[in-house]
Design a protein around this ligand. Structure first.
Ligand SMILES: Cc1cc2nc3c(=O)[nH]c(=O)nc-3n(C[C@H](O)[C@H](O)[C@H](O)COP(=O)(O)OP(=O)(O)OC[C@H]3O[C@@H](n4cnc5c(N)ncnc54)[C@H](O)[C@@H]3O)c2cc1C
Length: 306
């Protein structure tokens, strides 16, 4: 199919303002990097989403789901096909001791709603800048808590367009992985099981975690958070620090001097700068400690044409 034919089809499903052509991904990733997506679509209903999924599946058009882009590095050549973001499918409410969130809601907002309703369990998420869908795909976690501890079930749509309800066990939540990422399921809604708590204690914990984050992480610069997973028996940040890499980087990208696990976009970095810095860190840590660092961030898209 030509780009114009794909565009016409998308316009028959979604409102024009929700279908962007040649959209720079740096506008939608927290690293502020990345080339253009052929199409960037923000459906406003699950019917629209299902139609897009059916259309891409039937016509073999490449399709990618983006959450808040807080764990993504998009290469400078951009993304072919359609990027869909659920940012306009972001309802959030509580019922009894449960919080129910659509896939495009922010997990930070879910954590704030829990506080408002005096519900404890989501405090750990108060500074994770991801969407509910991204948090479920990654089994996001921080400061001793993770999504796995509080999830009841998730409603997903499969690549073939089938709706499924997955229980906690069926989600196969592990360290920064889940069945969602492995199978490419799309998270429509997640239901969290929380407990009644003391709002003063909940707020105190959230304030403490926010303080720890702000004092230890370079939140003043664009980044994708921790670039690497924690290798068994080590801390990635400590290995990088002890390899003497803080303040080093390629082009505008740099290993943070505040938290060695973060690579920041210090001054107009390209994705190529960022990825070259990742490579430099991997090689130096391997050479110094013999440890193979595994990526937590996802690198997607194409290299720029020569
Ligand atoms: C400053 C900073 C601090 C961070 N701190 C933490 C932390 O403490 N703990 C932690 O775990 N992470 C942390 N992160 C990383 C990131 O916020 C999490 O991994 C988050 O869960 C990613 O969510 P997202 O919506 O941004 O997903 P994206 O980065 O947009 O996507 C990540 C993956 O999720 C998939 N995805 C997105 N939406 C959906 C959906 N609706 N259905 C199915 N799959 C979907 C994407 O396809 C992709 O594979 C941090 C990042 C930054 C920038």
């Amino acid at each position: 199919m030509t780009k114009n034919e794909i565009y016409e089809e998308l316009l028959s499903i979604c409102e024009k303002e929700n279908v962007l052509r040649d959209e720079p991904m740096k506008n939608h990733t927290l690293t502020k990097l990345g080339g253009k997506a052929d199409f960037f679509v923000t459906p406003v209903s699950y019917d629209q989403m299902s139609e897009i999924v059916a259309f891409t599946y039937k016509n073999d058009v490449p399709f990618m789901l983006l959450g808040n882009g807080s764990n993504m590095v998009v290469r400078d050549g951009g993304i072919r096909g359609i990027v869909v973001q659920f940012s306009k499918l972001n309802d959030l409410y509580s019922t009894g001791t449960q919080v129910v969130a659509q896939g495009g809601a922010n997990i930070i907002d879910a954590s704030r709603l829990a506080l408002k309703e005096s519900l404890t369990g989501l405090e750990f998420a108060c500074g994770i800048p991801g969407s509910i869908g991204g948090a479920m795909a990654m089994n996001a976690g921080a400061y001793g808590g993770e999504v796995k501890d509080v999830i009841d079930h998730v409603t997903v749509v499969t690549k073939e367009g089938k709706q499924l309800k997955l229980t906690k066990e069926e989600l196969e939540l592990g360290y920064r992985t889940s069945i969602i990422g492995k199978k490419g399921h799309m998270v429509v809604e997640a239901v969290f099981n929380l407990e009644k708590g003391d709002p003063y204690k909940i707020k105190e914990k959230m304030d403490d975690l926010t303080y720890q984050r702000e004092s230890k992480q370079p939140l003043e610069y664009p980044s994708a958070g921790s670039v690497f997973k924690r290798p068994p028996g080590y801390f990635a940040g400590k290995l990088i620090q002890d390899s003497g890499l803080q303040g080093k980087g390629v082009g505008g990208a740099e290993v943070s001097t505040k938290h060695a696990g973060f690579i920041i976009n210090k001054s107009n970095a390209t994705a190529t700068d960022y990825i070259s810095t990742i490579q430099m860190v991997k090689e130096k840590v391997k050479e110094t400690f013999g440890v193979e660092l595994e990526l937590e961030v996802k690198i997607v898209g194409e290299d720029p044409a020569e």
